[in-house]
Design a protein around this ligand. Structure first.
Ligand code: OOB
Length: 566
């Protein structure tokens, strides 16, 4: 019938059959899978360097043939342990070469990576493992002064589906009970592996959303749709075997993974350099040493790099392009990037749910500086609608409205989230991005704000409700509201209003921040500032609408921040 959305048993909303047919006929969906992506790179560029980085066992430099041999060996070992095609595996790793080995091993096996961020902590990892019924967690031992292996083992003990904890660590590392090293799983691979003939229309992995309500949603991306976005991104960004890409942001983020990112580099046969940290010192050293040509960062990092460049003695001359995305890049920063870094800027406005926009290499400077680009695909449909109109009618061309999108690499629903999907998607399959945009006469998108209840803290997304729920778990808190406050460096930071239980000593702001941190959440979600108040300091808004309350509180917090800048 007409493309109405139907949920299938395993929690994935499929593309309607006739739409899928159209995307195949148009040549977007080619039937290539992620195992094919690596096989093609091995066939064409087997001896070229695929990945450079420093892992738990020291500095590594692997060719495509070596990366594939490792991935196959690990796939065989995981299969022997009972990890099967279709199984979900939480990949919780920083930027180490073993990350790519693990992801391709899972692809070779037909198992589905669930991409956690290294900053996530037990509460998020536990939720991903439970929600996806993961059978394993692959992680590292210690990173960023945090024991990932111990936390993964705790999650495994609490979530019955999780049977294995695999740790990329040198042999002999003291590991928690039940955990094994990744190296101990590497086997001689068999001739064929189950992923070799995986269905291209099936889900390849689960990516994470920034979340607007409660915990982040899981995003099911198919081989067909993601391969298209990777391939087309590599082409738009002019990738070639000579590309040396610096992964400065977490490898698991959609930007780093596919815009064109690590997978785009594999498609082109180039080299990926994994930065252990995004700071200018580390990254400038890698740019000089590896002759990096392309890097991707969020605006606060771009600003920090611009700042650091004037004092740096490092040779950055190989860097041809710096991609900036994840949050709005101010035009002023955009103008300074080429001057300070000697690289062309590319703005990237994307989302893990699908749609990705790029400014193009031949765009005039003002377009590159002032817009967030245009979509990958001629079949990316965009509707800019009046956010206050229940019928979601389009605003006149050029005016600001809420962006809805549908297309050959945008999901039709979150994983196992029927109720939320009814809100996040229109009945005819458009994703409500929650972003406010206008589209210029030339067709370029300018992001002007958002309607969704999410705070964008320098590219890191925070769902107000998720953090409020953590504060509400405190015995001395009766109510809490999290709002975003403008911040010169991050774009936005978080401010929590907290109402304490009456007639008791009110909790201290720092104690509340510590409380949230100790509940095992990513550090970027811990409120930057906490204000304990008797009642929400706004009149005329009841608690009937959290949205109205948060809007009023955000306005107030912003006003106060502007009066007394910190
Ligand atoms: C990327 O993906 P997510 O899923 O972490 O976040 C998506 C949201 C967008 O809906 C928008 O609110 C915001 O992040 N955003 C931007 C932006 N890029 C993303 N807002 C303003 N200007 C931009 N350039 O952030 C992501 C995924 C793929 C490529 C790049 C970024």
């Amino acid at each position: 019938m007409n493309g109405a959305v139907t949920a299938v048993a395993d929690g994935v909303v499929p593309y309607p059959a006739e739409v899928a047919e159209r995307y195949r006929a148009a040549g977007y969906w080619t039937g290539q899978t992620f195992p094919d992506l690596l096989s093609a790179a091995v066939a064409a560029h087997g001896g070229r360097t695929a990945v450079v980085g420093t892992g738990p066992s020291g500095a590594q430099r692997w060719t495509y043939a070596e990366l594939d041999a490792r991935a196959r060996g690990l796939a065989a070992g995981l299969a022997e342990r009972g990890v099967s095609p279709g199984d979900r595996v939480v990949v919780w790793m920083p930027n180490v070469p073993e990350y790519l080995e693990t992801v391709f091993a899972l692809f070779r096996l037909g198992a589905l990576p669930v991409f956690a961020l290294p900053a996530h902590r037990s509460s998020e990892i536990r939720y991903f493992a439970e929600h996806a019924e993961a059978v394993a967690i692959v992680t590292v031992a210690r990173h960023d002064r945090f024991d990932h292996a111990a936390a993964a083992a705790e999650v495994a003990a609490a979530v019955p589906s999780v049977r294995h904890v695999v740790v990329a660590a040198p042999s002999g590392t003291d590991l928690p009970a039940r955990a094994v090293t990744l190296a101990s799983l590497r086997h001689t691979p068999p001739e064929t592996l189950p992923g070799d003939d995986v269905d291209p229309s099936s889900v390849a992995f689960l990516q994470l959303s920034g979340g607007t309500t409660g915990l982040p949603k899981l995003i099911p991306r198919t081989h067909d749709d993601y391969h298209y976005s990777v391939r087309a991104s590599a082409e738009i960004c002019g990738l070639s075997p000579d590309t040396v890409y610096l992964a400065a942001l977490p490898a698991a983020h959609n930007f780093t993974m596919s815009s064109p990112g690590l997978l785009g580099v594999v498609h082109a046969g180039g080299t990926s350099v994994l930065a252990p940290s995004p700071d200018a010192d580390t990254c400038f050293g890698l740019i000089e040493a590896e002759r990096v040509t392309l890097a991707a960062v969020v605006p606060p990092l771009a600003a920090a790099w611009v700042q650091a460049a004037s004092a740096s003695t490092k040779d950055l001359s190989s860097l041809a392009m710096l991609q900036v995305g994840g949050a709005k890049c101010a035009a002023e920063l955009a103008r300074r990037i080429p001057v300070a870094l000697g690289a062309r800027l590319q703005q990237v406005f994307g989302m893990a749910e699908g749609l990705v926009n790029y400014t193009r290499d031949d765009d005039p400077d003002d377009v590159v500086e002032e817009t967030q680009g245009r979509p990958i695909s001629p079949d990316d449909e965009m509707r800019v609608v009046d956010p206050a109109d229940p019928d979601e009618r389009e605003v006149p061309p050029g005016e600001v409205g809420a962006l809805l999108t549908r297309g050959p690499y945008t999901i039709r629903g979150y994983y196992r989230a029927e109720e939320h999907n009814a809100e996040a998607f229109t009945p005819d399959g458009f994703y409500r991005t929650g972003d406010l945009v206008r589209i210029t006469a030339r067709g370029d998108i300018v992001v002007t704000g958002r309607v969704k209840e999410q705070i964008n803290r320098g590219g890191e997304k925070i769902a107000a409700e998720e953090v409020e729920n953590h504060l509400l778990a405190h015995p001395d808190v009766v109510d809490a509201a999290i709002v975003g406050v403008p911040d010169d460096f991050l774009g936005e930071r978080t401010h929590a209003y907290v109402i304490p239980v009456p007639d008791r000593d009110p909790p201290r702001p720092n104690a509340l921040r510590r409380f949230v941190r100790e509940r095992g959440v990513a550090a970027y979600k811990v409120p930057d500032t906490v204000e304990v108040v008797d009642a929400f300091p706004v009149t005329g808004v009841g608690k009937t609408s959290r949205r109205a309350l948060r809007t009023a509180l955000a306005a107030r917090a912003t006003e106060k921040a502007e009066e007394s800048p910190s």
